[in-house]
Design a protein around this ligand. Structure first.
Ligand SMILES: Nc1nc2c(ncn2[C@@H]2O[C@H](COP(=O)(O)OP(=O)(O)OP(=O)(O)O)[C@@H](O)[C@H]2O)c(=O)[nH]1
Length: 296
């Protein structure tokens, strides 16, 4: 194959700048869950963008931050291991917030990846005026010498093709690394668990978002061959949190179950039936054994 490029890219940036939304928009399918709670992306998820002239494999990193818990430390290890491996780093800054110390901290971390090409992506571009956007681009330009700078909006599909082209041009010549119909490396089970977690995150506050983990206990295919029953656990750290997840008369849990079932049905053929149990694992974020059991 001639003129074909393939390689790895990761998007870094403060929590909530839109990295997951950008990943999904580029891949064209829900790979990474979206939430308005900062720091809720936990796995290095791979989404794959296919074009005639190449393939971009996106490794979605958790928000970079100074760790406070063992979970935080493990997530930061994932971030640094990811940075060292990729061909391109896309540094994301939202158009609607000024460049601040958090951005500079992350920008400094990029020194740990001397070989990677580095581009700056100004996200949520549709939320600001042209003047504000121009000022933001200038601020970002001041951070380092980028291979490219591009404003985008994942929400309104602005400049996404341009961004794809820019990344592709920075990747090495290569044969395809994945089959052309593959959009993610995550298993159905992992994606289902993430979609349940996304549903559970909706409308919860404070420390609870970080206390929620989801595991899939069992997947049973019914005799009809097309219906799958998913038995899922939502794990929290305290009894009070369990109460919040379940809600009065089980109302919240019912909504979580319905949303999860809807979302999971969209990533698979056939019928999906979700059953959820809510469990308490005390202080799982600080306990290495529990972390291992929950897949971290
Ligand atoms: N207006 C607007 N909002 C966006 C856009 N992209 C993302 N958002 C919103 O920004 C919020 C954060 O988006 P995410 O994609 O979860 O951000 P993230 O950077 O992956 O966040 P972490 O998982 O915390 O690292 C969500 O409420 C999104 O809907 C965009 O292009 N325009």
């Amino acid at each position: 194959m001639t003129n074909y490029r393939a390689g790895f890219v990761t998007f870094v940036g403060r929590p909530n700048v839109g990295k997951s939304t950008l990943t999904n928009a580029l891949v064209g399918e829900k790979i990474a869950i979206i939430s308005d709670k900062p720091q809720t992306t936990r796995r290095a998820v791979r989404g794959i963008v296919h074009r005639e002239d190449g393939q971009i494999i996106i490794v979605d990193t958790p928000g970079m931050h100074r760790p406070r818990t063992l979970l935080g430390e493990r997530l930061n290890d994932v971030v640094h291991a990811t940075l060292a491996e990729v061909d391109v780093i896309g540094f994301c800054v939202p158009a609607n917030e000024p460049v601040g110390p958090g951005d500079r901290f992350i920008n400094e971390q990029l020194e740990e990846a001397p070989k990677a090409r580095k581009i700056a992506i100004v996200t949520k571009a549709e939320t600001v005026s042209r003047d504000v956007l121009a000022a933001r681009l200038v601020d970002v330009q001041g951070l380092r010498e980028w291979d490219d700078i591009v404003p985008v909006s994942a929400a309104e599909d602005i400049q996404l093709d341009t961004l794809t082209g820019i990344i592709l041009a920075l990747l090495p010549d290569s044969e395809p690394l994945y089959p052309s119909d593959m959009k993610t490396e995550e298993s159905f089970e992992q994606r289902a668990a993430e979609l349940v977690r996304e549903a559970a995150l909706e409308g919860v506050h404070d420390e609870l978002p970080h206390s929620i983990a989801v595991t899939v206990e069992e997947i049973v295919t019914r005799d009809d061959g097309v219906t799958r029953e998913l038995y899922v656990n939502i794990v929290v750290e305290r009894d009070s949190q369990k109460g919040i997840i379940i809600g009065r008369g089980g109302e919240r849990l019912k909504r979580i179950r319905e949303q999860a079932q809807r979302e999971i049905s969209q990533i698979t053929e056939g019928r999906v039936i979700v059953s959820i149990r809510v469990k308490v694992a005390k202080e799982w974020q600080r306990d290495p054994k529990q972390l291992g059991r929950l897949g971290f």
